[in-house]
Ligand binder design. Structure first.
Ligand SMILES: Cc1cc2nc3c(=O)[nH]c(=O)nc-3n(C[C@H](O)[C@H](O)[C@H](O)COP(=O)(O)OP(=O)(O)OC[C@H]3O[C@@H](n4cnc5c(N)ncnc54)[C@H](O)[C@@H]3O)c2cc1C
Length: 393
């Protein structure tokens, strides 16, 4: 690679957020390259498995509005890629309705849905057992099903974005890690094992690795990286259907006691289901400490819950994997999104998009990053999510 190689925008990280940023920017006429340290479509960082939860509901009204704004962008991506990506089979939240989690609170979320006229049905433990086949739920459990929620097809999203980026002229470079950034007033120089290149703007969509590039510049995002378990189980009756479910429970002394699961994928002919714990415990000091093997106690905890409460699923694991969750240390913050203005010299030429439960926002995050690179601003109402600007009082 020669020093003169120059792009309008270089995206660091070829996960879904990086690819969506590249696609949106290339459609606006920018010359864009994406550098991915592993293969495109790898499952070694924050994106793995077949599905992610799609939901409209949030405790915070602005985030509910943002999922509403993400929806037309998903529809646009589906049309452009010629494939359905969002599958609505309902989103069921139940448990202790006042437990506060980083997903939100059931009771407060119902109030927000009332305010915003988002439809849902309130259910008791008995309703949930009768309707969906759960068993032996504590009698005080309650919750709601929101019928427009469900799942996003992860692999079709990533494959589609890869194809669309390629046809929009994005230069896609797999197996090439960006090792250093040198921002200045005009743009950013980037070093990879193949040499240096230059970009007017850089998007850091490199998930759990973001601080590796920021720390040498004297900046650091306050985040934790957790290696979370994903467990594959077989459903005893392959025809049984129920919504995506998330159970909110009081934390135990050891963990956050939160579990979720998907029904068999609507888009695959399968009788397997995926369940997981959401335990924010034992953060990694560095993403390379990830082993790919989940903590056996976490696997047992989620399988025990399924064994006791979801008899349609055989709780003996068929597969155990992990995925890296990148969560802001501040529970009020959902993502890190925005320019690095004020974080270091030349920071206004660096846009950061990482962290959080962000798959449902992929096309929106991509569009916001492209807007910030091309226009320096975005019309999406993401102010509360933006990176703090240390130069502002
Ligand atoms: C267990 C689990 C469950 C989740 N469930 C949900 C859910 O139900 N709903 C939801 O909306 N979200 C969910 N999420 C979050 C969602 O999966 C992530 O927000 C999203 O997949 C992250 O995509 P990304 O493109 O930001 O990052 P990643 O997929 O992590 O991609 C980052 C890429 O950058 C590359 N990279 C890193 N450093 C460099 C470098 N220096 N040079 C070049 N390349 C580099 C990496 O190799 C990687 O491919 C979940 C996450 C986990 C872990």
């Amino acid at each position: 690679m020669s020093e003169v190689e120059h792009y309008d925008i270089v995206v660091v990280g070829g996960g879904p957020v990086g690819l969506a940023s590249a696609w949106h920017a290339a459609r606006r006429g920018a010359r864009v390259a994406v550098f991915e340290q592993f293969a495109f479509g790898n499952e070694q960082c924050g994106t793995s498995g077949a599905e992610r939860h799609w939901r409209l509901q949030y405790t915070e009204p602005d985030l509910c509005q943002l999922t509403g704004e993400a929806l037309p962008l998903w529809r646009e991506l589906e049309r452009a890629g010629g494939q359905q990506l969002l599958h609505a089979f309902g989103s069921l939240w139940f448990g202790d309705v006042d437990v506060a989690t980083n997903e939100g609170k059931i009771s407060a979320t119902a109030r927000t849905m009332d305010q915003l006229s988002i439809p849902y049905e309130w259910l008791t433990a008995a309703d949930i057992e009768r309707r969906y086949g759960f068993a032996d739920l504590p009698r005080h459990f309650e919750g709601f099903v929101q019928p427009d929620g469900g799942a996003v097809d992860v692999r079709a999203t990533v494959d589609g974005l890869l194809r669309l980026s390629e046809s929009a002229g994005v230069v896609l470079r797999a197996g090439e890690s960006v090792q250093e950034l040198v921002p200045d007033g005009e743009g950013v120089r980037l070093r990879t094992p193949r040499g240096w290149c230059r970009a007017g703007k850089v998007v850091l969509a490199n998930g759990p690795y973001v601080n590796r590039l920021l720390e040498p510049l004297g900046a650091r995002l306050d985040l934790n990286v957790f290696e979370m378990a994903l467990v594959t189980l077989r459903q005893r009756d392959p025809r049984a259907r129920y919504p995506f479910w998330f159970v909110f429970q009081e934390p135990t002394e050891e963990d956050t006691n939160l579990f979720y699961g998907f029904p068999p994928n609507a888009w695959q002919d399968t009788d397997v289901v995926r369940v997981g714990p959401v335990f924010e415990v034992n953060p990694l000091d560095d993403p390379e400490q990830a082993t790919g093997s989940p903590d056996p106690r976490h696997v047992s905890r989620v399988c025990d819950w399924v064994d006791r409460h979801l008899p349609v699923v055989d709780a003996r694991p068929l597969a155990r994997e992990t995925c890296l969750a990148v969560l802001p240390a501040d529970p009020e913050r959902q993502f890190f999104l925005g320019t690095a203005k004020g974080l270091f010299d030349g920071g206004d030429n660096v846009v950061i998009a990482t962290g959080g439960w962000g798959f449902k926002f992929v096309p929106l995050l991509g569009k916001v990053c492209a807007d910030l690179c091309v226009d320096g601003a975005t019309d999406y109402r993401v102010e509360r999510l933006m990176l703090p600007d240390p130069t502002r009082p």
